[in-house]
Design a protein around this ligand. Sequence first.
Ligand code: IMP
Length: 406
Amino acid sequence: MSINAIIGGQWGDEGKGKIVDLLSKGVKIVARYQGGANAGHTVYYNNNKIVLHQIPTGVLRDKSLCILGKGMVIDPIGIVEEIDCLNENSISFKDRIVIDYYAHLVTPIHKMIDRETELKSGNKIGTTCKGIGPTYSDKFNRIGLRMVDILNNNYLKTKIEERINSALENNEINKNSIDELEKEMKYFYECCEMIKYFIKDSFPIIYNNINDNILIEGAQGTLLDIDHGTYPFVTSSSCSSGGIATGLGIPGNKVNDIIGIFKAYVTRVGGGPFPTELFDEDGDRLQSIGKEFGATTGRKRRCGWFDAVAGNYSVKINGLTGVALTKLDILDSFKKIKVCTHYEFKGELISNMSSVLNNLEDIVPVYKEFSGWETSLENIESYDDFPKEAKIYIEYLSEILEVPIR
Ligand code: IMP
């Protein structure tokens, strides 16, 4: 019996959904602790591609209970869409989804503010426009609405009217958009009705099962963490393992394994520094062979070589006990593969990312080059059967990350 966590080790999109799907077999509870519909976890169910944004991937296991924790921000319209998708794929979820009372509520106002802010800033951060930042802002300003408020219609409507008025007064939204907003609000209230059934207190559920098997599903990645990431080019939640304690109320000393998911190279969507980003043919090949498009927005992902300076930082911030390395096969046809081992900044070699988090635009990555294996990894089932060059690459990553690749 154990509590294990899956955390994004890079800038998100590392393949967490797939690993959660693998590790959720026989698990009693799968829980998310932060973020919202900005996430996109792609999994295949009976050969059909399913993208889950808010409901944990564990919903595909017919015995797992899925908890959307209080550290999340929940969009009821998105939940209804995901439930439609589960129904279309005949995935039964009866009595298996719990949305915590105290998770914050993403309304169409928040999504509109997100879009307008992005437009005004010239898409500087490149958010997913899912209302994540504005909802967390309201939470920390102590004016947010929570899922429990959906259970009280009059209170919900009064508070939402107040929020629309303050958004207009403060020019957070455009007066010309009010008709569009009213239309969205009508559908939003219908969706709130439809999801009432799932809204519960997750505290007794978690504590009655604290000695059972629980899998915690992180979203986004450590380098997008509001405290430890490449601020301000981050999301608005605690994506690293620290967020588990606040977002689910599961204290750190209860978590056994913390598995970091890393791609065998690096990708990033949206704005912000990316030390190993490639603007050449290798970058284009990683993007096209890896089919690197955002699961939520469809945007092309920026691609680059594995950044072990960032990786090692991520291992330490999260207390990772192991790594799952994904998409190694995307490198199958590369003659040469590089790993960034250090950053050069003002003539000095840097191995601690934290010291240059604010200067990443000015660092020069220092690389170690590896020979590619130039053969397909498809159908290999045992580590022993990996080509020599692939083993050298994996073992080097494990050594420089200082954690086993499991
Ligand atoms: P937000 O979370 O929508 O506010 O977006 C803030 C930043 O985080 C943007 O650069 C997004 O592209 C990025 N981001 C948010 N969610 C994800 C994700 O699930 N994968 C990768 N990047 C993400």
